[in-house]
Design a protein around this ligand. Structure first.
Ligand code: ATP
Length: 520
């Protein structure tokens, strides 16, 4: 059940596991050619037609050639066989692993029955299914199948807490949804904040109540789990990133408790303050621990605690959680988030300006009486930034630039989410440094799925945060809107296509502009 749900959501491994199957496109193409004897030309043609490798698999798998079968390979493929094969792919590391993985894919394609099994195996391995909102659909299916009296809300809450669709299905089937708890070493979804436009709006929203205001640090959100002698760090996407931050591992391992902490890792130099967000991103891409340390010094600013010595704490009030957290951090080199109690719009505004002058992004304001609600945005947390109008979008195409950027892939077309699909909203030419453009070129080449002249269709995986002056209605893109003066603010490797902004949000900003323009 656990595996079936995970596969239906397009995943090969449990969320939070450090490793993935990592089978590249070229390996899949190579195996498909070997198994079916299809030519490169036929495959390219088919690929351009479908834009999805798994559809090409379905088209050609009928030509499967006789294979020499090994013991047991003539048996029909079961879900457990697929799971154990994926596991072996994940375990294959280092020298010779590419060949091992190819052999494993080959055995699956040989054993899969009819075109559908082969198609879906490739769909999962190529991560093609993760683009839409399949996880939501599987969650819905779990709720219908096993939710029973527990109801939709209980299923949702359990899922947000468990973080993994396979675990959700297993717990639901065993009737254990009501007992789901936050546990160390299993990442849970992060609590999120509602964007608000001004100090006045925030103060009115919370009806003038006392709030805990914290700087909005510009780094990566990090959940630190410590159990006995072991420490793991998880990202906002619930992926493990322990290796990138050895200093945090070291400091956390000295805490004399088992804990789950929430906070932000920031590039930070003592005496100087916060450094550029890009430095953290570079550390995330570096596998080598020592080299990673040399890129930039960091600090982990902790602001919440979800678990302490055998007991989940997320249902306690933020006031109580924070008192416990401050106690736990005493005597460690981990940092408390800078915090102040505020009440009025004037107090919020003053602290906001202080935060900006120190080089932070703004403020996050939190209701001291609120529980920690994994994966939920709003109600208890509000964020205030200088620039409200940015959108998280995903790159869907890229082109070579002109002039100074000739010869470089530097023009990016990007889209927002619309239901299960993507709708193009604009194109940006500027915002990245030359070095970032070079790095981006390497990534784009790896993700290119078809070329038409100078234009490359890119698999929608690279999330960009774009700033702009306004949104206009436009026939130019299929979203029906276009951004005026878009510029890339940063690459958001901490987000995936499922996290980008929606067409609905674009409409909201557009309508909001109209209201402002009418009022002016
Ligand atoms: P953004 O694009 O603004 O970083 P987001 O979609 O990643 O937003 P939100 O919850 O909407 O997430 O905004 C809060 C984000 O700000 C957190 O995800 C976290 O990375 C960061 N952050 C920085 N400082 C804090 C803080 N003191 N408390 C909570 N989050 C903080």
């Amino acid at each position: 059940m656990e595996y079936a749900a995970r596969f239906a959501a397009g995943r090969t491994t449990r969320k939070g596991s450090a490793e993935e199957t990592q089978v590249g496109y070229s390996a899949l193409v190579g195996v498909l050619r070997e198994v079916t004897g299809v030519t490169q030309e036929e495959l390219s043609k088919s690929y351009l037609k479908h834009g999805d490798l798994s559809e090409s698999v379905a088209e050609f798998i009928g030509r499967r050639r006789e294979a020499t079968l090994f013991d047991g390979e003539e048996d029909p493929l079961t879900i457990l066989d697929v799971a154990s094969t994926f596991e072996r792919m994940t375990e294959a590391q280092g020298k010779g692993s590419t060949a091992t993985k190819r052999e494993l894919v080959k055995s699956l394609l040989h054993r899969g029955e009819g075109e559908l099994e082969a198609k879906y195996i490739v769909k999962i391995l190529s991560k093609e299914m993760r683009i839409g909102l399949v996880e939501g659909l599987v969650e819905e299916a779990v709720a219908q199948a096993f939710g029973g009296d527990a109801g939709r809300e209980t299923v949702k809450e359990a899922y947000l807490m468990l973080g993994d669709i396979g675990l959700l299905a297993r717990e639901a089937k065993c009737g254990r949804l009501a007992n789901v708890r936050i546990e160390p070493m299993r990442p849970t979804n992060f609590m999120l904040a509602e964007p608000m436009a001004s100090a006045e709006e925030i103060s009115a929203y919370f009806e003038g109540r006392e709030l805990f205001a914290e700087y909005k640090y510009d780094g990566v959100r990090a959940q630190v789990h410590k159990l006995g002698g072991e420490v793991k760090i998880f990202s906002r996407r619930l992926e493990e990133m322990t290796r990138s931050f050895p200093e945090v591992v070291d400091a956390a391992s000295r805490i004399p408790h088992d804990v789950v902490l929430d906070g932000e890792i920031v590039a930070f130099r003592e005496g100087e303050g916060p450094l550029s967000f890009q430095l953290i991103q570079r550390r995330l891409r570096r596998a080598d621990v020592e080299e990673s340390k040399r890129i930039a010094p960091i600090r982990y600013f902790c602001f919440d605690m979800l678990y302490l010595d055998g007991s989940p704490t997320h249902r306690e009030s933020f006031r109580a959680r924070r008192a416990l957290l401050w106690g736990v951090l005493k005597g460690t080199s981990l940092q408390r988030a800078d915090s102040r109690t505020v009440r009025t719009a004037g107090e919020i505004d003053a602290f906001f300006r202080e935060s900006r002058s120190l080089g932070y992004e703004g403020l996050v304001l939190k209701d001291p009486e609120s529980p920690y609600t994994p994966g939920r945005r709003g109600r208890y947390w509000a964020k205030l930034k200088e620039e409200l109008d940015t959108l998280d979008v995903v790159m869907v195409a890229a082109e070579f630039g002109h002039g100074k950027r000739a010869g470089k892939i530097s023009d990016y077309t990007f889209a927002v989410r619309d239901g299960d699909g993507l709708k193009v909203i604009g194109k940006a030419y500027s915002g990245l440094t030359d070095k970032e453009i070079d790095e981006m070129m390497v990534r784009i080449k790896r993700l290119t799925v078809g070329e038409a002249g100078f234009r490359m269709a890119v698999r929608p995986e690279i999330v960009l945060e774009v700033a702009f002056d306004s949104i206009q209605k436009s026939e130019r893109h299929d979203s029906g809107y276009a951004l005026r003066f878009p510029r890339i603010k940063r690459v958001r490797d901490d987000k995936q296509a499922g996290d980008i902004d929606t067409l609905e949000r674009v409409r909201e900003i557009y309508e909001g502009q109209k209201v402002k323009a009418d009022a002016a």
